[in-house]
Design a protein around this ligand. Sequence first.
Ligand SMILES: *Cc1c(COP(=O)(O)O)cnc(C)c1O
Length: 426
Amino acid sequence: MELYNLKHPQQVVNFTQALKLGLGKDRGLFFPKQIPVLDDIEALLAMPFVERCKKVLGAWLSSELGQDRVDTLVEKAFNFELSLAKADDKRYCLELFHGPTLAFKDFGARFMAQCLNELASDEKISILTATSGDTGAAVADAFFGLDNIQVVVLYPKGKISLLQEKMFTTLGDNIHTVSVESDFDACQDLVKRAFEDSDVRDGLHLNSANSINISRLLAQICYYFEAVAQFKREHKQDPVIAVPSGNFGNLTAGLFAKAMGLPVKRFVAATNSNDTVPRYLDQGDWLPHATVATMSNAMDVAEPSNWPRVEAIVDAMSWSLSDITGVALSESDTSEALKELNRAGYLSEPHAAIAAQALTLTMSDDDKGIFLGTAHPAKFKEVVESELSIEVPLPPALAAVADKDILSATLEADFTELKSHLFKVL
Ligand SMILES: *Cc1c(COP(=O)(O)O)cnc(C)c1O
């Protein structure tokens, strides 16, 4: 597989290099030179999930890694269930939260961890990543206990739920966590600066595990195929798919799936009040505002880092940005969306509820749609309970961490401070 840097197209790397580098020169994102197209989609959709994943990922990776290696990576990474649940007559939820940390990020994080473990096993590596909520838990869990890999996770202090925080800050061992006195964009900026600093990057063999890493995006393509496979067993038409979006890795993966030949009628990019993309799709101007805190906090991102890839896919396929529908929901609309789903008999959480409502707002009478269920309702227990006046029981994975101590260091959003901390702990 060949990838080029979107900022410096002459920088070309293979998958293994892109996996290890994370970002290219000048923070440029790696983008595939070619998007493989799959034939006989119907046969593919009829396959069991894991077998189909091997084909989908093999189309990208078998020429470089060999199909046997791809098969092993898939089997180790995708060892949990996913399902399409009916919410009402027109809407289905693709439940991506049955993995070890109860969020869709388990897919990307586990695949990336397996890739690094397999393809970079002879080197010492440090993973540095920023999280607005669930990435931290997924990355920490996926890498916990792997030899030769140290992990540092930055997150905005006080801006993620206590349970979310407990899921990744209580592990210890090779997992180091830092709460930063600022917002997610500041955390993301610190990570980017660390990658630009050659002492840190080269001295510590840095790698980023957030959604900019191409291995995570490739893994996420797989569940779009599963969504459509399950949907098509009941419906002849192609689904509209709404994606609750923050950094837009998830939507990027969906667009890759469609570019590979997956039948999707249309994508809806759904955000909370951090609405840079819906405003851009509507008015054509890229004008990020300051990040605002919302109850769907994993989507509190004003400058989504994957957006250049979305544009690159649209370009490569000669699609138009107007094929993507943008919807932004306020806090009160999010609350109403969550209640409305609950009245229909489907218990959800704010991120998925935003996407569900985005379907309702944009589907025609004949459309049916899928919204991505990116996190388990219990992961947002406080807000779900207060919005719906119900009790949400803790699943075992969360109950186990609730009483453990948080082991994080706290730092200002200051790169010099972070740098000395990194050299201290790694
Ligand atoms: C990360 C996350 C999102 C946003 O996904 P992106 O790929 O960053 O757009 C949505 N919902 C939840 C629960 C998340 O953790």
